[in-house]
Design a protein. Structure first.
Length: 71
């Protein structure tokens, strides 16, 4: 089973994986093209109401809005 999830932006989106330390994520932007994707890393942050998110290209991506992918 896969540990990856998707934050959808319509026809494209962010593919996200919470790392084993549970304090960071690995992510890449999938635009639907066949080119290689660059893997990025980000720290998980929390809002005052304890909502988890990370910053991708300056945009907050909330982990509770990501959908898990099955293998």
């Amino acid at each position: 089973m896969s540990n990856w999830g998707v934050y959808s932006l319509g026809l494209c989106g962010y593919v996200v994986k919470v790392n084993e330390d549970c304090e960071s994520v690995s992510w890449y932007f999938d635009s639907g093209s066949e080119k290689q994707h660059k893997l990025h890393h980000a720290i998980i942050r929390y809002t005052p109401s304890s909502r988890a998110f990370f910053l991708a290209r300056g945009v907050r991506v909330y982990l509770d809005k990501c959908l898990r992918m099955s293998a």
